[in-house]
Ligand binder design. Structure first.
Ligand SMILES: [Zn+2]
Ligand SMILES: [Zn+2]
Length: 252
């Protein structure tokens, strides 16, 4: 554990320990997940292309809806990873919780991660969603089912790139096109994302576009969800991220 130098009550884990905690077995699983993800994407893309002559008018609405919703899904997963569980938990701890703890202690570590470490966990999560998408009818005579398939397909693709977009928000080396996309807020803006990186790291979890951060913050969406979970589990939010004392203080 190391003490945050700016706000004394916040105790975080050691960044070197966290950096070396990426398990080889999980990387292997992520690689398999990434391969299956792209095979499924190929199959569904082929089915979608076959009906685009008839259902072309679904493309723009499903793209926009998926782009907005991917911000919510990314935010929800980010909040869950930041708030609950511990690095010391078996299997889930080193595989899924560790990256969230590492990111608050060392926000630039993500910029040193390769494509697999950055994105493959999102692909792994997308595999069951794409598998369920395979069950949907994508045909002219089934418009609702087809629209859901368009939406889920684009959503899964956008969620795959959530952490890549997040990585760009921390990168010092960015090309002009990327900076333009960030400045017009089509993708996560670095200054906007910095609000999340302010201790105690308890707001602005959305990291695809960041569009939903204002709204979710204004209605207290995540604090309300935390209170609900605490009521039934007695778990203390962020205890493993900022230490028990600081986590308790935030609840007052
Ligand atoms: Zn975070
Ligand atoms: Zn970040």
């Amino acid at each position: 554990m190391q003490e945050n130098e700016h706000i004394t009550p916040i105790i975080q884990r050691n960044k070197e320990e966290l950096a070396t905690g990426y398990p080889k077995w999980f990387r292997f699983l992520e690689t398999i997940g990434l391969i299956i993800f792209f095979i499924l994407v190929g199959i569904i893309a082929f089915r979608i292309i076959k009906v685009t002559a008839d259902l072309w008018y679904f493309i723009i609405p499903s793209l926009i809806l998926a782009w907005i919703f991917s911000d919510f899904i990314g935010g929800l997963v980010h909040w869950a990873g930041d708030t609950w569980g511990s690095v010391d938990m078996p299997i889930l701890g080193p595989a899924l919780i560790r990256p969230f703890r590492e990111h608050h202690v060392d926000p630039y570590a993500i910029t040193r991660h390769d494509f697999i470490e950055t994105n493959a966990a999102c692909a792994l999560g997308g595999v069951p969603i794409l598998l369920s998408c395979l069950l949907l009818k994508i045909e002219k005579d089934f418009p609702l089912s087809s629209f859901i398939a368009f939406f889920v397909f684009f959503l899964t693709l956008f969620v795959l790139f959530t952490n890549q977009i997040h990585k760009w928000a921390h990168s010092k080396k960015r090309n002009k096109f990327l900076i333009l996309l960030q400045n017009v807020r089509v993708i996560l803006n670095p200054e906007h994302h910095q609000i999340h990186h302010t201790p105690p790291f308890n707001k602005y979890y959305c990291i695809t576009t960041g569009w939903l951060n204002y709204f979710l913050n204004s209605i207290g969406f995540f604090p309300k969800l935390e209170k609900l979970i605490m009521k039934y589990t007695k778990a203390l939010p962020r205890r493993d991220d900022i230490g028990i004392e600081a986590a308790k203080k935030e609840l007052k």
